[in-house]
Design a protein around this ligand. Structure first.
Ligand code: WTA
Length: 719
C-alpha cells in the first residue's frame, strides 16, 4: 500500500517528478511519461470523509489479510455469521465468509425500512426533459420488489438457483427485477440494453435461462427506440443454439401503451403490467442464501471465443461493494449519489445498485444520453436533484468537455466527490473534470477494476491519499498488486518499465468462475503466473488482470490498457474475435481483422479490415453489410469507424493475420519490420489506399504518445 498522506504531497512531488529513462529488454515495454503533480483533496472533504483516519491503512495491511475484510462483511446484516473468512482448499476457487448466510435484497432494501422507509432509494430521470423525475422510496421499492418476486416465483415458476435474463434499459424496473431475483436466490443476468437481440440470445442460451425480461421501448437521443423487437431475435438466436426461451416478460415504458411495432407472441410474450395486479401487496419471504451462492452473472468479452459469464457471489461480492462504496465512493446515507453509467455493465451493478443501496443512500438513475438534448443536461440534473457525488467514465467526460467546456459554471451544483472509471483518463481531461466540472471542490478517485473483480482494485483513498492525474493510485484496501514481466519477474516500482499488472491475493469481490467453464477460468486468469498448481496457498495464485501498467516510485499505478485482444471502446470491452466472427456472417467476406484506432472522444474506436472471397470486388454494399452484421451480432456500440476492404491481409508465413501491422496503418504509426511477412508487398498498397482515404475524410494524423504508439505496436502481439 502506498499510504501517502496529503500532508506529504509537496515533498513527494519533488522527489518523484522525474522523467524515467527506459532501457529495456525485449520482454519489457518501454514507457515514458511525465510524472504529474499531486493534487490534494479539499479540506472540506477530508472533514466529513468516511475514511479520514490513516489507521485504516494499517487495518488492511497485508499481515492482517484475510481477516481485514471482516470490516466490510460487518457492514451487512447476516442471518448466520460465518466461521471461516477465506477457504483456499480448492484454488483458485476461493470461498469467502464460509458458513455465513444472508439475503442481498434484505441488505439493500428491507433493513432500511426501520430507519428511513420514506427516503428515496432511487430517483429516476427520464431522458425527455419534460417528463417528471420519479422518486422511489425504500418502502415503495420494497413493495415493487416483492410483487415482482411473487410474479417470478408463482407465475414464472422460477426457483432458487435458476437463472433469469434481463435485457432492460436504464429504467427502475431493472434494479427492481435484480432485487426480486436476489430475494428469491435466483441468479440474474442482465444484458446491456444496447446489445443486439442476437448478442442477448447467445447469453440467454449460455446461462440456461428460460425467462427473458425486456421492455417495449426506451428513450435514447430523443428517440423512442423499439426494444421488444430484439427479444424476438434473442429467442430465435437461442433456438438456433438449441435453447428454448419459454416466456418473455415485457415491461411497458408507459403502462397500458405499447411502444413497439413487434407483435406479442401468444403464449410466449406477456405484459408485466397485465400480470402484476394479481400480486398486489404480496410479500415474499426472502430466501436465506449461503455466502458463496451465486448472486448474478455478468457477461464480458475476452481474449478468445464467446463472451464469458462472470459469476459473482452473494456474501463476498456484497461485502466488497458495500465496503468500497463506503470508503472510496464516500457514500453516507444522506448523500445524493449519481453514477452516470448503465446498470447493464458491472459499474452499474456494483455502484448504482448493490453498493449504494446496501449503505441506504439515494442513487440516481438516468435513462438516456448524457449530452441530450445539450451539453448542460448532466449539470442540470446535478443542480435539480442536489447530487453531491458524481461518477462517470472518461469517454463521457471527454464528450462533455468537447461539447460544453463552459457549461458547468452555468449551473448551481456542488460536488464533494467524483469518480472516473473504465479506461485511462488523459491528464488534461482529468484537470477539466477537477477544475471545471468539479469546480475545484471535489475529491476525485480514478478507479481501476474489471467486470471480473466485483469492485475497485486500484484507487486513492479520497481523504488520505492525494490524487495524481492519469494514475489510478495504489492498490485499494486489502488488494496487493504487483507487476510481472513475461517471465514472471517482478517489475519494480519506479523502474519506468511496464508489465502485466496482477493481484497477488484473493479478495471478497473476485468472481467465482466463468459460468459453466471452470477450466477456462483457471486458464485465463491464473495459469500464467501459477508455479505450483497443487498448492493451496493463495500466494501461489496471482490473478492475471490482462492490463499493462507501470508503477511509479510512490506506489501509484498507471494503467496502459489491455494486453489481450480486447478493444476498449468508450469504456466497453469488445473482443476482436467477436467483431471478426460477426463480419464472417456476411457471405462475401473471406477474412476479417479488427484493430483499434485512437479516438479523441471514445478513447479507442474499431476499424475493420476485410478481404473478400475470390472473384468478388469491393463495393459500398459489402461495407454496409459488414457494418450491419456487427449491429446485428453485437450492437451499435461496436459499429466500426471504417470498414476497409483490402485485396489481402498482411500475414506471417504461417498464415496468421498481422493485426499490429494494420493497426499501425490505421493510426498512421510505424508498422515495424514487415520483411519477414509472407506478403510484404501488400503493406505498402494498403497503407497508401487507406491513409489517402482517411486524409480525404479529414482524419489528419496526430502524433501518438509513446504509450499509444506502444499499444499499437504490440496489438495482437500473440501472433
Ligand atoms: C479498463 C469496467 C484505466 C482496463 C469497470 C480494464 C481502466 C477494463 C480503468 C475493464 C481505469 C477500467 N483506468 N483503465 N480507471 N478502469 N479500465 O470489465 O483495461 O468493463 O481491464 O470493467 O477497463 O473493463 P470492464
Amino acid at each position: 500500500m502506498g499510504g501517502i498522506r496529503a500532508a506529504e504531497v509537496s515533498a513527494m512531488t519533488t522527489a518523484h517528478n522525474s522523467k524515467v529513462d527506459a532501457q529495456v529488454s525485449e520482454a519489457q515495454i518501454a514507457v515514458h511519461w511525465r510524472e504529474e503533480e499531486y493534487v490534494a483533496p479539499p479540506v472540506s472533504f477530508i472533514g466529513q470523509a468516511n475514511a479520514a483516519d490513516p489507521a485504516i491503512l494499517d487495518r488492511f495491511a497485508e499481515e492482517r489479510f484475510p481477516d481485514c475484510f471482516k470490516e466490510y462483511a460487518d457492514l451487512l446484516s447476516w442471518d448466520a455469521y460465518w466461521h471461516t473468512t477465506l477457504d483456499t482448499s480448492k484454488p483458485p476457487f476461493w470461498k469467502w465468509f464460509v458458513g455465513g448466510r444472508l439475503n442481498a435484497c434484505v441488505n439493500c432494501v428491507d433493513r432500511h425500512l426501520a430507519t428511513h422507509a420514506n427516503k428515496a432509494a432511487f430517483i429516476w430521470v427520464p431522458e425527455p426533459e419534460a417528463e417528471a423525475t420519479l422518486a422511489i422510496t425504500y418502502r415503495e421499492l420494497y413493495r415493487r420488489v416483492n410483487e415482482f418476486a411473487a410474479l417470478l416465483r408463482d407465475w414464472g415458476g422460477v426457483q432458487t438457483g435458476d437463472r433469469v435474463t434481463f435485457h432492460l434499459p436504464m429504467v427502475p424496473e431493472l434494479p427492481v427485477a435484480m432485487l426480486a431475483c436476489a430475494r428469491l436466490g435466483v441468479i440474474h443476468s442482465e444484458v446491456f440494453g444496447g446489445f443486439s437481440g442476437a448478442a442477448c440470445g447467445g447469453r440467454v442460451a449460455d446461462s440456461g435461462s428460460t425467462i427473458l425480461v425486456t421492455m417495449d421501448g426506451y428513450y435514447r437521443n430523443g428517440e423512442l427506440i423499439d426494444h421488444k423487437v430484439k427479444a424476438d431475435q434473442a429467442v430465435a438466436t437461442a433456438a438456433e443454439l438449441g435453447h428454448a426461451i419459454d416466456k418473455v416478460l415485457v415491461f411497458r415504458r408507459r403502462s397500458g401503451q405499447y411502444a413497439s411495432g413487434s407483435p406479442m407472441v401468444e403464449g410466449r410474450d406477456f405484459f408485466v403490467d397485465d400480470l402484476l395486479p394479481t400480486y398486489r401487496d404480496v410479500v415474499v419471504e426472502p430466501v436465506s442464501m449461503p455466502a458463496e451462492a451465486p448472486l448474478f452473472l455478468m457477461y464480458t468479452s475476452g481474449t478468445t471465443g464467446q463472451p464469458k459469464g462472470c459469476q459473482h457471489s452473494t456474501g463476498g461480492y456484497l461485502s466488497y461493494v458495500a465496503g468500497t462504496s463506503k470508503y472510496y465512493q464516500d457514500i453516507h446515507p444522506t448523500d445524493t449519489y449519481w453514477c452516470c453509467a448503465d446498470i447493464g455493465w458491472i459499474t452499474g451493478h456494483s455502484y448504482i445498485v448493490y453498493g449504494p443501496l446496501s449503505l441506504g443512500t439515494t442513487s440516481v438513475l438516468y435513462e438516456g444520453v448524457p449530452a441530450y438534448p445539450d451539453a448542460g443536461r448532466v449539470w442540470r440534473i446535478c443542480q435539480r436533484l442536489g447530487v453531491n457525488i458524481f461518477h462517470t467514465a472518461p469517454t463521457t467526460i471527454r464528450m462533455l468537455r468537447k461539447l460544453g467546456p463552459d457549461e458547468p459554471a452555468k449551473y448551481d451544483y456542488h460536488l464533494k466527490h467524483m469518480t472516473t472509471v473504465g479506461e485511462p483518463i488523459e491528464p488534461e481531461v482529468w484537470r477539466w473534470y477537477h477544475d471545471v466540472a468539479g469546480k475545484g471542490e471535489a475529491a476525485i478517485v480514478d478507479t481501476w477494476w474489471q467486470t471480473e473483480n466485483g469492485g475497485f482494485l486500484g484507487s486513492t483513498l479520497p481523504a488520505l491519499q492525494p490524487m495524481k492525474p492519469g494514475s489510478c493510485g495504489p492498490g485499494v484496501l486489502g488488494i496487493y498488486p504487483v507487476i510481472y514481466d513475461e517471465d514472471g519477474q517482478v517489475v519494480e516500482a519506479g523502474s519506468g518499465k511496464a508489465g502485466n499488472i496482477c493481484i497477488r491475493n484473493p479478495w471478497p469481490g473476485i468472481f467465482q468462475t466463468i459460468w459453466g467453464q471452470p477450466d477456462r477460468f483457471v486458464h485465463i486468469y491464473y495459469e500464467k503466473y501459477n508455479k505450483h498448481k497443487d498448492s493451496t496457498d493463495w500466494h501461489d495464485w496471482p490473478y492475471f488482470a490482462g492490463d499493462g501498467a507501470v508503477q511509479a516510485a510512490d506506489g501509484y499505478f498507471r494503467i496502459l490498457g489491455r494486453v489481450d485482444d480486447v478493444i476498449n471502446v468508450a469504456g466497453h470491452r469488445l473482443g476482436t474475435k467477436e467483431l471478426e466472427s460477426a463480419c464472417l456472417t456476411v457471405d462475401e467476406v473471406a477474412e476479417a481483422a479488427a484493430v483499434p484506432v485512437i479516438d479523441e472522444v471514445r478513447g479507442r474506436a474499431v476499424e475493420m479490415y476485410v478481404s473478400l472471397k475470390p472473384g468478388l470486388t469491393a463495393s459500398k454494399d459489402v461495407e454496409d453489410k459488414v457494418a450491419a452484421a456487427i449491429d446485428t451480432e453485437i450492437g451499435k456500440i461496436a459499429r466500426p469507424k471504417h470498414v476497409w476492404i483490402v485485396s489481402d491481409m498482411p500475414k506471417t508465413r504461417s498464415g496468421k493475420i498481422m493485426r499490429r501491422v494494420i493497426a499501425g496503418i490505421s493510426n498512421f504509426a510505424d508498422v515495424g519490420d514487415v520483411s519477414t511477412l509472407a506478403n510484404p508487398e501488400v503493406v505498402a498498397d494498403i497503407r497508401h489506399h487507406i491513409q489517402a482515404e482517411k486524409l480525404a475524410h479529414g482524419e489528419a494524423p496526430r502524433q501518438l504518445t509513446p504509450a499509444e504508439a506502444e499499444e499499437i505496436r504490440s496489438f495482437g502481439h500473440a501472433e
